[in-house]
Design a protein around this ligand. Structure first.
Ligand SMILES: *Cc1c(COP(=O)(O)O)cnc(C)c1O
Length: 369
């Protein structure tokens, strides 16, 4: 896909010849063994993902949305239940909740752009069954506070770790701090595939068999349908590709961290940058809190730089995702007008990062468009 931007938000082409070779070899392996669905690559991938996260178990599925939806389903969440989540996330967080039949209840966020643990308690009712914290932009939520609160009120915690593979905070690792973790592994995410993919991590071994049944039509041993479900399988070729990306994950993560540090150093005196305790962030995005955000976006675009507003609408403002009671989320509402995500992906050069920094600084210095 050609892009009109010189510095695109994400460049999804694979420019590294060594990586291209590894991906081709992975594909070759699958073509030779011919098990295109639920084969050895997927089994290996599940083991490798669990190990990397420090999770006892993992089931790979067809997308991050499927991962979140099946995590909710397997824990018995459905019609009549309320699920508390953040007002600010990608729509998949809420569509997964709504598709189980449960009602999303939206909480306000803190300065870290994550759900504010203090805002959760007020929203708990007799119908509340679970909390879905989202590690937004790759930075982990305050899981210590959230888990303590959940234990006190006997609530289940399902982490939407879609953006946060590899993230850590205060000794907790994304996907293992809650009862169940859901990851997306699509081409935009910190750990990627070359198509749609996701994974569920969990501690309770008894969930494994049920999740594997739910992954494929709700059928035991892929034969006997016990609780009807759609098809959420991952393709073997994606599992093989993900294993390649996983083997190179540390290098990509270091690269993201170095770029984030360059942005922080270059911009901290002109905009609000992520706080330093987020240095174990997965840096899915590098997101700033900026005065005159919309003008800054236009200014950068005019210079061939592609920033993104993630996302213009809060979850409760989508017609299909509205809550059934009034939503109080003043900080989310204010920050939604101020945040801007800058280009950041491992293939980006230091020169490109510096160019973005210079352009942002020039904007605040009053350079005319
Ligand atoms: C990407 C994403 C999802 C959904 O993942 P898919 O693989 O695209 O289905 C869910 N939640 C959040 C926060 C995401 O960013």
């Amino acid at each position: 896909m050609s892009n009109r931007f010189r510095i695109p938000f994400r460049d999804l082409s694979v420019n590294d010849a060594g990586l291209r070779r590894d991906l081709a070899a992975a594909m070759e392996r699958v073509l030779v063994h011919g098990q295109l669905m639920m084969g050895p690559e997927t089994e290996q991938l599940e083991r490798e993902l669990a190990k990397r996260c420090g999770a006892p178990h993992c089931v790979a599925v067809g997308s991050g949305t499927s991962a979140l939806y099946l995590a909710l389903k397997v824990l018995g969440i459905g019609r009549g239940d309320e699920v508390i989540t953040t007002a600010m996330s990608w729509i998949a967080t809420a569509t997964a909740i709504v598709m189980t039949g449960a009602t999303p209840v939206y909480a306000d966020i803190g300065d870290d752009l994550n759900i504010d643990p203090a805002a959760i308690e007020d929203l708990i009712t007799a119908r509340t069954k679970a909390i879905v914290p989202v590690h937004y932009f790759g930075r982990m939520c305050d899981m210590l506070s959230i888990m303590a609160l959940a234990r006190r009120h006997k609530l289940i915690v399902i982490e939407d770790a879609a953006q946060a593979f590899g993230a850590q905070l205060a000794g907790a690792t994304a996907g293992t701090a809650g009862d169940v973790g859901a990851f997306s592994i699509n081409p935009m995410k910190a750990l990627q595939s070359l198509g749609e993919a996701g994974a569920i991590t969990f501690k309770d071994e008894s969930l494994g068999g049920r999740l594997r049944a739910l992954r494929y039509l709700g059928a035991q041993d892929r034969q006997l349908c016990v609780s009807p479900e759609l098809n959420h399988k991952i393709s073997e070729i994606q599992s093989a590709f993900i294993r390649v990306y996983l083997s190179r994950f540390e290098a990509a993560r270091e690269r993201r961290r170095a770029m984030a540090q360059a942005y922080i150093d270059g911009l901290k005196d002109v905009v609000t940058v992520p706080k330093s305790e987020s240095d174990r962030s997965a840096y899915f995005d590098f997101t700033i809190d900026a005065d005159r955000r919309d003008d800054l976006k236009v200014f950068l675009e005019a210079r061939g730089i592609e920033p993104k507003i993630r996302y213009a609408l809060l979850l409760p403002d989508h017609p299909g995702l509205a809550a059934d009671r009034p939503v109080r989320a003043p900080r989310a509402r204010a920050l939604a007008q101020r945040i801007l995500s800058l280009p950041m992906e491992p293939q980006m050069s230091n020169d490109a990062v510096n160019e973005v920094v210079t352009a942002v600084r020039n904007f605040y210095r009053g350079e005319v468009p």
